[in-house]
Write a protein that binds this ligand. Structure first.
Ligand SMILES: *Cc1c(COP(=O)(O)O)cnc(C)c1O
Length: 384
């Protein structure tokens, strides 16, 4: 390894074709939102997620956050409603609830997948009905770090109460649950193509719909709710949420290397699993059963401080001193000052994960030597 070369958590990793598609857009002077790259990128996402069988409709947007916002708008979430959201996630999962003037209700995780606990979900729904007098309007479930949530159980509960699911698959493009790709289980699925996700468009997202009308409605809202008239006419509040034809060009190129990038992330995860298995007090997150096939967007470890004599944050600081970037797990939403006043249904799992967990460098451009270096440094600090 070169001296002082920084090892990053997860960097953009271009495949090579991206610039061709951008050049096409420039040559045709198609440097605007919408255009041939947007159409082709959406088509590629639909084919990929539906395994070329299921009929899906992808709408390319400016961000994953915008996709969640549009999903909630289309589900009619409005002032005074409650929306259930997994607490263990990035704030972007929950912010759009508040954009709509609705109230987030946070639900804790279970240990197998680190995602929403089905038992607590049921409890929360029943409790909200008793307390608020009505059922929550939607459920936002997240496949955090690429690990699929327990969708069978969660979908069954949602169905019992007739509550639609918004599936936040921002980190889970290419993850599989029971032979189906994440993003297709909910009423709406959302993806993110931000800079450090599995693939990137520099910034962007997509809304996955099951009906053509839903996709048309999303496109309508995302282009300022402009009515089909010769002049600009508006009956609804609109948003400027569409993806640009330039960004979509990057996305088209990235779709060509998606499978190989996922494979590389999984290899890196396996390498960490093998190399760290003998260190007492360190465990690498694993698929709980063969029904779950994480893309392992990030390889995460849990640190049992009693056995390692150092905390997750001690390891992070030490790795940083060796020019290696790692990151603590997401701080749960119920612990965030901005969300403190909202109801929370607790198992203690997400808080415990936050205090023990660490994300290790996992980008698809990392070499085996990079991973050996990270493991070597972890072994050094844990022995100290
Ligand atoms: C990245 C991310 C989002 C938001 O996506 P953006 O494209 O950054 O707006 C939402 N949820 C989760 C879990 C994410 O990791």
């Amino acid at each position: 390894m070169e001296e002082n070369k920084r090892i990053y958590l997860s960097l953009a990793h271009m495949g090579g074709q991206e610039q061709e598609f951008i050049k096409e857009a420039f040559d045709a002077n198609w440097v605007v939102p919408l255009g041939p790259n947007v159409d082709a990128f959406e088509q590629a996402l639909e084919n990929y997620l539906g395994n070329n069988k299921e009929s899906l409709h992808a709408v390319a947007l400016s961000s994953g956050t915008a996709a969640i916002h549009l999903a909630l708008i289309q589900l009619g979430v409005t002032y005074g409603d409650e929306v259930i959201c997994q607490s263990f996630t990035f704030s972007a999962s929950a912010n759009p609830i508040v954009y709509q003037g609705a109230k987030p209700v946070f639900v804790d995780s279970e240990w197998d997948t680190w995602n929403m606990s089905p038992d607590l979900l049921r409890k929360a729904i029943l409790d909200r009905k008793a307390e608020a007098g009505k059922y929550p309007k939607a459920i936002i479930v997240v496949h955090l770090y690429g690990m699929p949530a327990k969708m069978d159980e969660i979908s069954a509960i949602a169905q019992d109460f007739n509550i639609p699911i918004v599936e936040d698959a921002a980190e889970a493009l290419g993850s599989v649950y029971k032979y189906k790709k994440c993003g297709v289980f909910g009423c709406f699925g959302i993806l993110s193509f931000n800079g450090n996700k599995i693939i990137t468009t520099s910034g962007g997202g997509a809304l996955i719909c099951h009906h053509a009308e839903d996709a048309d409605t999303a496109k309508f809202y995302a282009t300022q709710s402009r009515e089909n008239r010769p002049y600009y006419h508006h009956k609804k509040i609109g948003y400027n949420y569409r993806m640009s034809n330039i960004c979509a060009g990057i996305g088209r190129g990235q779709m060509m290397v998606l499978e190989s990038h996922i494979q590389r992330r999984r290899e890196i995860h396996q390498l960490y699993t093998d190399l760290l298995k003998d260190i007492k007090g360190i465990s690498v997150q694993q698929n709980p059963t063969e029904d779950f096939e994480s893309n392992f967007w990030l390889s995460c470890i849990l640190v049992d401080e009693k056995q390692t004599n150092c905390s997750n944050n001690d390891i992070r600081i030490y790795l940083e001193s060796k020019n290696i970037e790692s990151r603590l797990l997401w701080k749960p939403m119920h612990l965030q000052p901005v969300f403190q006043q909202y109801p929370f249904y607790e198992s203690g799992v997400s808080e415990s994960l936050f205090h023990q967990g660490l994300c290790l460098p996992s980008g698809s451009a990392l070499s085996d030597e990079d991973i050996y270096s990270v493991v070597h440094e972890i072994k050094t600090i844990v022995k100290q």
